[in-house]
Design a protein around this ligand. Structure first.
Ligand code: AMP
Length: 215
């Protein structure tokens, strides 16, 4: 099974992708995570994209298509993928279609997660992530426990993304509407689009995702 989670920043794509990894053995391909890893390991590409990411602009299609191509190449034919944060432009969507075709794979569904802008801004501005297992916290809705330990793995370090601030977030949203939202029409036209309400408890949204991808 190969699926795309499509939605604005903060819609919960990463959270739902992690559940699908745990419960269905799919492999999460998050271009945002790959780019942050390149940035923190100080590769030449990582340094090149750092400012673009901090502003909330998109890095070039060439870079992200290259990253995704390498990952598809690296996994065996039996692997199912969840594309999280990719594609984000029509050129990326076309490239993904070609990459999947080339490897004899098909796209099963594109799950669009809808969340209104003010809720998105509130979500990302309080966001923190366990540096070890990726569990996501929020200052208001799910604070880091008082003992400072991750509920999932007990680790005590948490990270906050450089672009999880209001001005960057507003730009990321504008970029989403300008560059990425045309993909909703693109996948609607080819019959792959399933739109769900992304607001609500994680388990509620999880049930909607499951229904959208066929149980
Ligand atoms: P994300 O973690 O998906 O919110 O991505 C964080 C940032 O990485 C974005 O704001 C972009 O600067 C960059 N990025 C991630 N995925 C892509 C992509 N598919 N195309 C272009 N830029 C991307």
């Amino acid at each position: 099974m190969n699926i795309i989670l499509l939605g604005p920043p903060g819609a919960g794509k990463g959270t739902q992708a992690r559940t699908l990894v745990e419960e269905r053995g799919l492999v999460q391909l998050s271009t945002g995570d790959m780019l942050r890893a390149a940035k923190s390991s100080g590769t030449e590409m990582g340094n090149r994209v750092a400012d673009v990411m901090a502003r909330g602009d998109l890095v070039t299609d060439e870079i992200v298509i290259g990253l995704i191509g390498e990952q598809i190449e690296a996994h065996g034919a039996g692997t199912g993928f969840i594309f999280d944060g990719f594609p984000r432009t029509l050129a990326q969507a076309d490239a993904l279609t070609e990459l999947l075709d080339k490897h004899g794979r098909t796209l099963d569904a594109v799950v669009e997660m809808k969340v209104d802008d003010e809720a998105l801004i509130a979500r990302v501005t309080g966001r923190a992530t366990c540096a070890n297992c990726g569990e996501v916290y929020h200052d208001v809705t799910k604070p880091i426990p008082a003992d400072g330990k991750c509920v999932k793995c007990g680790h005590t370090e948490f990270t906050r993304r450089a672009d999880d601030n209001e001005s960057s977030m507003r730009n990321r949203l504008m970029t989403y509407y300008r560059e990425t939202s045309p993909l909703i029409g693109y996948y609607y036209a080819n019959g792959k689009l399933r739109s769900i309400d992304g607001l609500g408890a994680i388990d509620e949204v999880k049930a909607r995702v499951a229904e959208a991808i066929g149980g």
